[in-house]
Design a protein around this ligand. Structure first.
Ligand SMILES: [Fe+2]
Ligand SMILES: [Fe+2]
Length: 281
């Protein structure tokens, strides 16, 4: 299987030129499957437009949800559209409308390889202890003028109660575990938007960066992934920085596009060339 992969394309922020470059590159690579690991667009119209454009040039398009894809507003939540409703209903419906598939509940099996996906969520296990902040500060998402927007725009409800990030991370990890248990394939690829391994967290020596690292993922996701020797490849996004790790027999690859100021390359075409990778499985 020829699998093309990238993440964090943020087409609502990056604009039409970037989407055109993604479409061109996907057409050139001619993969069997294109996998976009989250942070596609927040507005449903942009999300759908992006998937339609990409699906037109590849035979199979798989997507994983990103945190920006499940952002909502208190007004929308009052009408029943919290982040769970976006993940479980809106995004799968938009994907289906575009002829794509959202990976979250069940794997897709191609040529004997199962591809499993999950948004995953952060549980502050990637935080840097050097900061010595109490957990409530991370839960609020406000510190020294910084605000982590998922704590504002991702609203996960259980009845009338807003769930804490740790609960969301646990629920999504259990969903992924259930997918893995039910899967009978001999070779698995697991794609999570959130990071799963300590080696994927980029350390920088200033406090703001350390604070933000608390929101990068969950080390429990990594423990789950490594508990199953069938997993040969882990793919992630969310950070807009690249990494490619070897963890025993497991390869863990992060190959995001990110926002314009973060692109590897001066033009949309160059940036897409550096971030969309073609893998043979
Ligand atoms: Fe992103
Ligand atoms: Fe993200």
């Amino acid at each position: 299987m020829r699998l093309a992969v990238t993440s964090d394309i943020h087409t609502d922020v990056n604009g039409p030129e970037l989407l055109a470059a993604l479409v061109d590159r996907a057409r050139e690579l001619a993969p069997d499957v294109l996998l976009i690991i989250g942070d596609i667009a927040t507005a449903p119209a942009h999300y759908l437009q992006t998937l339609l454009a990409l699906r037109a040039v590849v035979p199979r398009l798989l997507v994983v949800a990103g945190n920006h894809d499940v952002w909502t507003t208190p007004e929308a939540v009052a009408k029943g559209l919290d982040s769970w409703a976006r993940l479980d209903h809106l995004l799968p419906a938009l994907a289906a409308e575009a002829g794509a598939e959202l990976l979250d509940r069940a794997p897709v099996e191609i040529d004997g390889v199962a591809i499993l996906g999950s948004l995953g969520w952060f549980d502050f296990s990637t935080r840097e202890h050097l900061l010595e902040l109490p957990m409530e500060v991370y839960q609020k998402g406000n510190w020294g003028g910084l605000r982590w927007m998922d704590q504002v725009r991702a609203i996960w409800m259980e009845g009338d109660r807003r769930m804490e990030a740790e609960e969301v991370a646990l629920r999504l990890r259990e969903r992924l575990a259930a997918q893995m248990r039910a899967c009978t394939a001999k070779k698995l690829v697991v794609a999570t938007h959130m990071l799963a391994f300590a080696g994927q967290i980029h350390r920088r020596d200033f406090p703001e960066w350390r604070f933000v690292n608390a929101y990068m993922g969950s080390l429990g996701l990594g423990e789950l992934i490594r508990s199953d020797p069938r997993v040969v490849l882990h793919l992630a996004g969310h950070t807009h920085l690249h990494s490619d790790l070897k963890l025993g027999k497991l390869r863990a690859l992060v190959t995001p596009l990110g926002y314009k100021r973060e692109w590897l390359g001066a033009t949309p075409r160059e940036a897409v060339h550096r971030s969309m990778k073609l893998l043979e499985l």
